[in-house]
Design a protein around this ligand. Structure first.
Ligand code: GDP
Ligand code: MG
Length: 440
């Protein structure tokens, strides 16, 4: 991670007075590499590094921490400041219907995100929401939104074949006004590349609908390209915010920094999966942690807290660390993982767990969680509390009882082992609280 690399650069500095410009510049070369590895656009990285260099030069080197850690903290804080210090909600405090317009390239996740936001507004915020698709280019795009609407129990504007986007927008506004909707969500068409016809269409719709929010939807995996896209859209319509999708993937958060720098607008949400509940408020400090390679531990802890009490988590961690984490506990964990959105939602969030998760994913993803539950169900009470009892003969019995194979049973045992090891490591790092302190 960046911390490790900076450790090398700064080792010789320990115990000296203030950070000199030369020291800081050496460190900033590492920071720049870390940013580029996290997919931050080059000009943005350059600009950021220049700014942070200024801040860091002259900083006193504290005795209590290494200079490397100190620079990481300075960089971390600067990242958080640029990403936006607070979570940013939608601003819909206008005469209803408040229009939310979604723009972005094709495949960025506009339609999915439209439905996710509509679900959140109608459920959590108790708003009466209408959705309308203005995408007349992509076959069945309007039907896609209607299907999602049924799924999240949000109304969609009836489809009239052959109507153009501007006319659909007009009709949607009228329907929303007449039928007393609080929010109208407009899902627009996207092209694979930015093109002027699309931009003009989008501007015409914005003129008519006078949106309270124009949200640019960006695929966080597009990394470097995301900047050009953001620049183009930002030049043409008055964006009010950004939604980053596919934050559940390998994105290292760099797109977030680039988006913020280019549009100057807050990132309002992060999409974290294909399911309708996979939408989160954007947390700058987590993304900063991700960019710096610290893993998204806070997210993980918060998610865990949603489904179980914090004490349970701590107790579990303590048990694991002592090696008392048995199959009953693992079974509880698997059920919890499923509640937390399956493997996809968890993958890559926590450094220590990555290995166990990788192995699980390889073994067949979420389905495997159900198999594992069945295997533990086929164990005797004794075997569950003392997995080391499970010899070859017992493995065959368990596999038969659960409709799996001995290989599957072996994988389960291995995973149990890996989780125990990861937890021991976590304990060495100061436990979950210690990790959170590192981030905060
Ligand atoms: P649009 O062309 O911009 O409307 O994009 P869609 O909403 O149709 O999304 C394209 C694909 O991306 C679909 O398969 C979605 O399920 C998927 N998708 C959208 N958002 C996310 C996300 O946050 N994470 C993941 N993993 N997939 C997403
Ligand atoms: Mg779409």
């Amino acid at each position: 991670s960046l911390s490790d690399r900076l450790g090398g650069v700064f080792d010789r500095l320990r115990g000296r007075g203030a950070l000199t410009e030369a020291d800081v510049r050496a460190a900033m070369r590492e920071v720049r590499v870390a940013l580029l590895e996290a997919d931050v656009a080059l000009p943005v990285a350059r600009d950021f590094v220049d700014r942070v260099t200024e801040q860091a030069v002259g900083h006193n080197v504290l005795r209590s921490v290494t200079p490397g850690q100190q620079v990481v903290k300075i960089v971390h804080d600067a990242l958080v400041a640029i990403l936006g210090a607070d979570e940013s909600e939608l601003l819909l405090d206008v005469t209803p219907p408040a229009v939310v317009m979604m723009v972005g390239l094709q495949g960025s996740g506009k339609t999915t995100t439209t439905a996710k936001i509509a679900r959140r507004l109608s459920g959590r915020d108790r708003k009466k929401v209408l959705m309308a698709s203005l995408d007349v280019n992509r076959p069945a795009a309007q039907e896609q939104l209607a299907t999602l609407g049924t799924q999240v129990e949000v109304a969609t504007l009836p489809i009239i074949a052959g109507q153009q986007p501007v006319d659909i927008a007009r009709r949607a506004l009228q329907a929303a006004k007449l039928q007393g909707y609080d929010v109208l969500m407009l899902d627009t068409a996207g092209r694979l590349h930015v093109d002027q016809a699309l931009m003009d269409e989008m501007k015409a719709v914005a003129d008519i609908a006078d949106p309270a929010e124009i949200l640019l939807v960006v695929d966080s995996l597009t990394g470097q390209d995301a900047v050009n896209v953001a620049q183009n859209f930002s030049d043409q319509v008055p964006l009010t915010g950004v939604v980053l999708t596919r934050m559940d993937g390998d994105a290292r958060g760099g797109a977030a920094l680039s988006m913020r720098a280019v549009t100057g607008k807050p990132i309002k949400f992060a999409g974290t999966g294909e399911k309708m509940d996979a939408l989160e408020a954007f947390h700058p400090e987590r993304v900063a942690g991700r960019i710096l390679g610290m893993g998204d531990v806070v997210s993980l802890v918060e998610r865990a807290a949603e489904s179980i009490q914090q004490e349970d988590a701590e107790r579990m961690a303590a048990k694991m660390a002592k090696g008392q984490f048995d199959m009953n506990d693992l079974r509880g964990q698997l059920a919890q993982m499923r509640r937390m959105g399956g493997l996809g939602a968890l993958a890559g969030m926590m450094p220590g767990m990555k290995k166990a998760q990788g192995a699980l994913q390889q073994a067949g993803g979420d389905k495997v969680l159900i198999h594992m539950d069945a295997m533990i169900g086929s164990m005797t009470v004794k075997e569950r509390s003392k997995p080391e009892l499970i010899n070859a003969k017992r493995k065959i019995r368990i596999a038969k009882g659960s409709g799996t194979t001995v290989q599957d049973v072996n994988k389960l045992l291995k995973m149990h082992q890996e989780m125990s090891t990861a937890m021991k490591k976590l304990k060495k790092m100061g436990g979950i609280k210690g990790l959170m302190a590192l981030l905060g």
